[in-house]
Write a protein that binds this ligand. Structure first.
Ligand SMILES: C[S@@+](CC[C@H](N)C(=O)[O-])C[C@H]1O[C@@H](n2cnc3c(N)ncnc32)[C@H](O)[C@@H]1O
Length: 382
């Protein structure tokens, strides 16, 4: 969601649900709940984790302060992956939301994909009761995820901020993910999407999980199957960042708690089913993922990138040949965006022993198609 866009229906539903339980004038009442939940989500959690959504104010605080951020993370992650997969079948898509909380991941999937058949699973009875109000079409199931095997078939399985909470041990998580992969539909580019906090406790577990499931096609975050080149240089905290426009309740809660939420940060991991299609660009040495912000350098736009050949490089795009509008558009790109090297082939060079990748431009999967005038090898006759 960018600053000029209207509030998406899913976020509007979460805000309306929360404000019906705590109007704006009473928001101060939720501040202790927001602070407690926030600490619980950022700290390392004990395995026998106590259910924390079981009081009305905790649920309301979750709806107003956390669920909209889940919505933004899931929308961004899904859009990035879908742009690189074959088209999905034209039927209602079946979505399984594991550790659903208030089903904000399902709400995001619904707004992006059109009508869906959602199944929402959680062990919190009060969260599931709220899901019935927020997403009446959802089938809800109360279960402990550690003992749950989905039946399927599902086109999309999402577990947002739930896997590390259920399985601190990646081996146990990998065993669960194999069961989930068995429930993925075979007539669609179906996949599992995991989201976790972008911190030093969560991300190494996602890396471990990625290594334990080498036979499942990898759709995000890495454009390659090699070892993560960030491990030695960035504490392994590979993550995405997306701009976020918080709604009024969240702004008011954050203002008093002195927090800023002008963007959302998250770590992610997405797998297809065994034998499923590869994501476009995967393993392509001309494909890359931005792993830092795009900055202005001396005569170049520069960014750290993870390439399809498994290397981390500094990408440099000389600015002299880039129209101003294009420069602005490139500066808006964020950590986690994927793209192909673009522009004339002779401008694509590696220098400094492969530490620097040069190119004239980038082509992002969501860039509008080039205008006919820009296609120099295009000709047609009537
Ligand atoms: C941090 S919340 C995330 C909620 C939602 N997916 C989101 O991203 O906004 C974690 C959710 O997982 C649920 N959960 C944690 N452990 C669980 C378990 N063992 N079985 C079922 N649900 C569990 C919690 O009740 C909670 O709703």
């Amino acid at each position: 969601m960018t600053p000029s866009e209207p509030t998406p229906p899913g976020i509007a539903a979460l805000e309306a649900w929360g404000l019906a339980r705590c109007p704006l004038r009473d928001l101060r009442r939720l501040e202790p709940q927001v602070a407690t939940l926030s600490a619980a989500f950022t700290a390392e959690r004990p395995e026998a984790f106590v259910p924390y959504l079981d009081t009305p104010d905790a649920l309301t605080a979750y709806a107003l302060a956390f669920a909209p951020q889940t919505y933004a993370r899931v929308s961004a992650a899904l859009a990035g992956i879908l742009a690189r997969l074959p088209a999905w079948p034209k039927r209602t898509l079946r979505v399984l939301d594991l550790g659903c909380g208030l089903a904000s991941a399902s709400l995001a999937a619904k707004d992006l994909l059109g009508p869906i058949e959602p199944t929402c699973v959680d062990w919190s009875e009060s969260a599931l009761a709220a899901v019935k109000e927020l997403l009446p079409e959802a089938k809800t199931l109360r279960a402990d995820l550690r003992r749950y095997t989905p039946e399927g078939p599902y086109d999309l399985i999402i577990a947002s901020f739930a896997v590390n909470e259920c399985w601190p041990d990646p081996q146990a998580a990998a065993a669960a993910l194999r069961r989930w992969a068995d429930a993925l539909a075979t007539d669609a580019p179906a996949f599992i999407l995991l989201l976790e906090p972008a911190n030093r406790a969560s991300v190494p577990r996602l890396h471990a999980l990625r290594g334990l499931l080498p036979d499942l096609p990898l759709y995000a975050p890495c454009p390659h199957r090699g070892p993560c080149p960030l491990n030695p240089v960035q504490d392994g905290v590979c993550h995405d960042v997306r701009r976020f426009r918080p709604g009024r309740p969240l702004v008011l809660l954050c203002r008093r708690l002195r927090r800023t939420v002008s963007d959302v940060k998250y770590a992610l991991l997405a797998f297809g089913r065994p034998g499923g299609p590869q994501a476009e660009g995967f393993g392509d040495p001309d494909f890359l993922r931005l792993i830092g912000p795009v900055d202005k350098g001396k005569g170049v736009l520069a960014c750290r990138v993870c390439m399809g050949d498994g290397a981390v490089r500094r990408l440099e795009l000389p600015t002299a040949a880039l129209p101003t509008e294009r420069r602005h558009a490139l500066l808006q790109r964020q950590r986690g965006d994927c793209a192909w090297l673009d522009g004339p082939l002779d401008a694509r060079r590696q220098v400094a022993l492969g530490a620097i990748q040069r190119a004239a431009d980038l082509r992002f999967p969501d860039d509008p198609p080039p205008a006919l005038d820009d296609l120099d090898d295009f000709s047609f006759s009537i």
